[in-house]
Design a protein around this ligand. Structure first.
Ligand code: HEC
Ligand code: HEC
Ligand code: HEC
Ligand code: HEC
Length: 131
């Protein structure tokens, strides 16, 4: 097959990168595959691994300040209990719960309504589970 031969030749010549090496910071640590948030509203179970891999959502779509090669920061490093100033940014970072609700609910709502595809919960009690 002509295409196949071309591919092999390209690989041999080093023109094609076959297996790009993924920097460690582009992978989710084992103990962060599922993240649970416990607060007075109940427990939110966030399947991090599933969101990032199976559903092929880009890391930076959530880790929006992340620069390639740098370690990933926690949202709560910048998004505090109250909206606050973060060094290096001219705009104030919204408070933690607003950042999460905008991000999590926002995408679920968009996916359901605009893309008409299945998404995660948009209702309080379906995300914040009380036992
Ligand atoms: C749908 C949103 C979303 C996507 C996509 C996502 N993450 Fe996360 N990630 C989070 C949230 C939320 C946390 C918890 C942050 C916190 O505790 O403040 C987190 C935490 C982390 C942490 C732990 C940080 C710490 O110090 O505790 C790492 C590392 C991480 N993510 C890496 C990744 C990588 C790599 C990808 C892409 C393969 C990715 N994430 C994709 C939302 C996401
Ligand atoms: C290094 C600091 C930093 C980190 C880490 C960070 N943010 Fe932010 N975030 C900001 C700042 C500053 C703003 C306001 C300026 C802007 O919109 O870029 C912001 C804005 C946002 C907004 C827009 C809010 C709105 O009302 O439109 C959302 C949503 C958000 N962050 C979610 C997250 C989530 C979720 C994480 C973790 C996965 C995260 N952020 C991590 C600094 C940070
Ligand atoms: C960029 C889009 C996007 C963002 C951001 C996002 N989600 Fe999702 N979420 C989805 C999609 C798509 C599904 C998949 C629905 C399906 O296939 O059944 C989903 C499913 C879920 C589910 C259903 C259970 C599961 O994991 O299978 C929960 C709970 C959930 N998300 C919580 C969260 C939380 C908490 C956050 C914020 C930290 C978040 N999501 C951010 C797109 C998103
Ligand atoms: C897609 C999932 C999701 C939905 C839907 C959702 N939340 Fe949340 N909520 C979160 C996450 C994630 C956090 C951040 C939790 C943390 O940092 O402990 C949060 C934080 C909060 C907090 C702050 C708790 C604290 O102690 O700081 C309150 C209050 C809250 N949510 C109420 C609500 C209400 C009311 C609704 C419905 C109108 C709602 N949430 C819908 C995921 C969700």
């Amino acid at each position: 097959m002509r295409m196949r031969e071309l591919m092999i030749a390209a690989v041999a010549l080093g023109l094609l990168v076959v297996a790009p090496t993924v920097p460690a910071t582009d992978m989710i640590p084992e103990d962060k595959m599922v993240i649970t948030f416990k607060n007075k509203k109940g427990v939110v179970t966030f399947n991090h691994g599933l969101h990032a891999t199976v559903r092929s959502i880009e890391c930076v779509s959530c880790h929006h300040t992340h620069e390639r090669g740098e370690p990933i920061k926690r949202c709560s490093d910048c998004h505090k209990k109250k909206a606050s100033k973060v060094s290096g940014f001219s705009v104030v970072a919204p408070k933690n719960s607003k950042a999460y609700h905008t991000k999590c609910k926002g995408c679920h709502k968009y996916t359901l309504e605009e893309l008409q595809k299945p998404a995660g919960p948009t209702k309080c009690k379906l995300c914040h589970i009380k036992d």
